[in-house]
Design a protein around this ligand. Structure first.
Ligand code: UT7
Length: 329
């Protein structure tokens, strides 16, 4: 029997309507539009407004779109995997909520956490479910409501992040194209440079954790930048080399959108020009697990069947990785 090749068969995305511009942030912290644009590439980001609205609101829209685009019914979905660091609750999982919202009654569903690399980790997981031959349709979604853990008094971090969700449907390829290779890595010694101190079992929520701002994301930007620039490029080049690909063979790099300077450095190391790099950081900022699927969603019409595409990410944990795929439709 021939090996099953897992492939992306549909892409979807959702961003909330509210646009938070750099100028709005100038009124909240000591920053300015020029600094944010030149240091990060971000002009604006989206924020999910409304009492009681969590990450599942955005992820549900994505799953509905995936079903519509592929023209399948919710009951046909075998699994829903959601990568997120901002789940609606610690449990039940956001994926449980989303699957229930669309009526995916036959799906098992769970969340997966690998911060900004979450979508790639979830994609590898879903792809292997398809490869096993046991499942037909797997939905892999990256979704984060970063505004729920960002401190809008901290100029080091509040300018960076936004809310959004994106996702893909995976199934067995009908041709020779699909997900071909992946390299995923983690290094827990980097944990202290990008994390949220409170809310877990070490520092459960209390008056003290709230008073000490422990429920907000903390980032040592400089250190994370240094690792991100090196590691994201390292794995991207490694996956190219082991698949005998040069810059000329690559149709698109789809990188995590944390900082335009990190993306430029990665593309440079890979030997590919700007025109082959998907970039929407200017509009959405860093949406953590959603950046890569949001790029896939916005570039879907440009991709051609058989295009060689590299996905690459670096994030909290530390976690990082690259995926090589050939666009299947
Ligand atoms: O997605 C997960 C992975 N995350 C990342 O990959 C993010 C990696 N890090 C970064 O992207 C960058 O480090 C930042 C964008 C977060 C910061 O850029 P930077 O070039 O590393 O700036 P910096 O932290 O070295 O700060 C330079 C200066 C400092 O002032 P002094 O000490 O030189 O006087 C900061 O206080 O810029 C100041 N600064 C700001 N100024 C205006 C920091 N934030 C701001 C701000 N507006 N928002």
């Amino acid at each position: 029997m021939q090996d099953i090749i897992p492939a992306i068969s549909a892409v979807a995305g959702y961003v909330p309507d509210y646009i938070m511009t750099n100028h709005e942030l100038e009124k909240m912290v000591d920053t300015n539009d020029e600094w944010i644009r030149t240091r990060t590439g971000i002009k604006e980001r989206r924020v999910l407004k409304g009492e009681g609205k969590g990450t599942s609101v955005m992820a549900t829209e994505v799953l509905k779109q995936l079903l519509e685009k592929r023209n399948i019914e919710a009951k046909d979905i075998d699994a829903v995997i959601i990568a997120t660091v901002t789940p609606d609750y610690l449990f039940p999982t956001t994926a449980n909520i989303v699957a229930n919202n669309v009526g995916a009654v036959n799906a098992f569903s769970y969340d997966l956490t690998a911060a900004c690399s979450g979508f790639l980790f979830a994609l590898e997981t879903g792809a292997n479910f398809i490869k096993s031959g046991k499942y037909k349709y797997i939905a892999v979604i990256g979704a984060d409501k970063m505004s729920s853990i960002v401190n809008y008094k901290d100029r080091n971090t509040c300018i960076l992040f936004g809310d959004g969700a994106g996702g893909v449907l995976l199934e067995a390829s009908e041709n020779e194209y699909g997900i071909k290779d992946s390299i995923l890595r983690s290094d827990g010694s980097g944990g202290d440079y990008l994390y949220m101190k409170g809310g877990g079992s070490v520092n459960p929520p209390s008056h003290e954790t709230v008073d000490n701002d422990m429920h907000y994301l903390f980032q040592d930007g400089k250190t994370v930048f240094k690792f991100a620039v090196t590691k994201m490029a390292d794995v991207s080049v490694e996956i190219m080399n082991r698949n005998n690909l040069t810059g000329d063979d690559i149709a698109y790099l789809v990188p995590h959108q944390a900082n335009k300077r990190i993306i430029d450095a990665t593309a440079n190391r890979m030997g590919i020009g700007d025109e082959k790099v998907t970039m929407n950081i200017d509009k959405y900022g860093n949406t953590t697990a959603a950046t890569i699927p949001l790029c896939l969603w916005e570039w879907e019409n440009k991709f051609k069947k058989g295009d060689n595409i590299i996905l690459a990410a670096f994030g909290g944990g530390f976690t990082w990785g690259a995926v090589y795929l050939q666009w299947a439709y």
